[in-house]
Design a binder for this molecule. Structure first.
Ligand code: FBP
Length: 248
């Protein structure tokens, strides 16, 4: 199995996600967090085991000597304009990510989309290449598409299982909403660590903490959070709360 130690602490993961500029557009940002430097400066806190960006942000803003937090590059991406079953095409290669100093790569699969086959094929190839070059692959396993309907916990479990079967090293899925159903997602994932996503910024400070407490007690290994941290007026205090739930 590929070595996950460079992007983990005590086998747990806490990633700061910042690929929303492509996925959602600048609507997520304000004058402060629109600047990628603001995000990379947050990583100097040492709270995160990785920071996730697209290649353009990595190339122009990531300074490996200054920012010690491991870089993770999303290899695919899409905008939200197309109103059809999603396809997120591969935009860069594992090799280019490594050249940009990435310690891991990520890829979103819209499980259940009419375009699923293309994404599974690309993802499978990426896993082969990344493992050949010795770096881990994180799968954003998001069930979406006209035939999927609303995501239930069984659908989340199926998406996570696809990640295990295709050879991902870590999967990122939505929290199912309760500990018992999340335990099933973790069971379906076998030895592969499961991380949860952050989601829209919540005004209820306890809601995200409760999700993380539930996820960790269900056996999850951490999370990748974006908006709930960098849209918060006190991003590092917010991050520390989640950090402590994951690591303590
Ligand atoms: P957030 O914590 O801000 O939700 O980020 C997690 C993430 O997976 C990002 O990596 C990605 O850009 C975004 O969510 C995708 O969001 P959506 O669910 O709208 O496709």
């Amino acid at each position: 199995m590929v070595d996950l130690s460079k992007i983990s602490k005590n086998k747990k993961f806490f990633f700061l996600a910042y690929d929303q500029g492509m996925e959602h557009g600048p609507v997520d940002f304000n004058l402060e967090n629109i600047n990628p430097k603001y995000i990379f400066d947050l990583t100097k806190s040492g709270l995160f085991t990785g920071v996730i960006v697209q290649k353009g942000i990595a190339e122009k803003y990531y300074k490996a000597d200054e920012y010690k937090t491991p870089l993770i590059i999303k290899l695919n991406g899409k905008t939200h304009f197309l109103n059809e079953d999603p396809y997120s095409p591969q935009l860069t290669s594992v090799e280019e990510a490594i050249r940009l100093r990435a310690k891991a790569v990520g890829y979103t699969v819209y499980v259940g989309s009419k375009n699923e086959a293309k994404m599974l094929k690309e993802f499978s190839r990426i896993i082969y290449e990344a493992h050949d070059l010795g770096i881990p692959v994180i799968g954003w396993m998001y069930p979406r598409g006209s035939t999927v309907g609303e995501e239930t916990s069984d659908i989340t479990a199926y998406a996570a299982r696809v990640g295990l079967e295709i050879g991902a090293d870590i999967v990122k899925v939505k929290y199912t909403g309760d500990v018992d159903s999340m335990k099933w997602v973790v069971a379906c994932s076998g030895v592969m660590p499961v991380c949860i996503a952050g989601g829209n910024k919540t005004n209820d400070d306890d809601a995200l903490k409760e999700e993380f407490e539930g996820a960790i007690s269900a056996g999850c290994s951490g999370g990748a959070v974006g908006r709930n941290i960098w849209q918060d007026p006190n991003p590092l205090a917010r991050a520390k709360e989640i950090h402590d739930i994951i690591f303590n």
